[in-house]
Design a protein around this ligand. Structure first.
Ligand code: GLN
Length: 275
């Protein structure tokens, strides 16, 4: 069969065109930047073993597995991260948080930064890549995530410290920036069904989704330098709640940023006193 026939078969099975193109390129050992090549060569023959790999990947995609797990990688803020089911797939929306973080670090020389719940290392690595003078620590409660983040750091040759930890517990340093994309989905949220292939521990945070955000807001002041920032990603409907937590904890300059869909997706504030 030809590449075009394989794509037609996937489309007939209901697969999105882009997903099918990416999975087919992967099955023939090419990267996602080769989509133009694929269109120009769709009359080429597809070898039987590659066709079998492609069919299996299409079936897994149809059952809801993220494309990133099937490809084994995901682009985030210009970096290619290796990902697998041990970590949440980095979302483009989280690039909003990275952009905001870089803005608050502008003008701070050799900033000290900690990323809580780093997962694949996406935020920590993007910050270190954009700010080579930063000292970046990445923490995760999951030993699996620590392994994935450390492997990404090694492969990308970005020097960050990765360690296992329970948010800021036991951490004695003070930072210019604490940044986090913690779990924030409520236990009973119906969206969890669509996220079932990703680690539940990276997604769910108590009955209202705010359990980990509350912990981080409570712990952060005693780990920030005067003038340091706490920036948090949260759910589409949580900005008012997170802003209220930040105000109640004594943060100043409390504000939010919108994601690609125009939803207030990150909130943060500045700690002006010594906590
Ligand atoms: N943004 C993810 C989703 O809803 C959730 C990520 C998280 O809990 N931090 O798909």
């Amino acid at each position: 069969m030809t590449l075009a026939q394989a794509l037609a078969e996937a489309a007939a099975g209901g697969l999105a065109r882009l997903d099918a193109q990416l999975l087919l390129l992967h099955a023939i050992g090419r990267g996602e930047t080769d989509r133009a090549w694929l269109i120009a060569h769709d009359g080429d023959a597809l070898a039987p073993d590659a066709a079998e790999r492609f069919r299996q990947a299409c079936a897994r995609r149809a059952s809801g597995e993220p494309v990133a797990y099937l490809l084994g990688r995901k682009e985030f803020f210009g970096l290619t991260l290796e990902v697998d089911p041990r970590v949440l797939v980095p979302r483009p929306d989280t690039e909003t948080l990275v952009s905001w973080a870089l803005a608050v670090l502008d003008g701070v020389a050799q900033p000290e930064v900690i990323d809580l719940g780093t997962g694949s290392g996406a935020i920590a690595l993007a910050l270190r890549h954009a700010r080579p003078d930063a000292r970046v620590t990445a923490v995760d409660g999951s030993a699996d995530a620590v392994a994935v983040a450390a492997a990404n750091a090694r492969r990308l040759d970005l020097a960050i410290e990765v360690r296992q930890g329970d948010w800021l517990q036991g951490c004695t340093a003070r930072y210019d920036l604490i940044v986090s994309n913690p779990p924030y989905v409520a236990e009973q949220d119906p969206h969890l069904a669509a996220l079932r292939h990703e680690p539940r521990g990276a997604l769910v945070a108590g009955t209202d989704g705010l359990a980990d955000l509350r912990t981080i807001v409570r712990q952060a002041p005693s780990h920030l330098k005067p003038g340091g920032w706490l920036l948090l990603e949260h759910g589409w409907d949580q900005s008012a709640a997170v802003q209220a937590l930040l105000h109640a904890a004594g943060f100043a300059q409390v504000d939010s940023r919108t994601d690609l869909a125009g939803i207030a997706r990150c909130s943060g504030g500045r700690w002006l006193e010594r906590g």
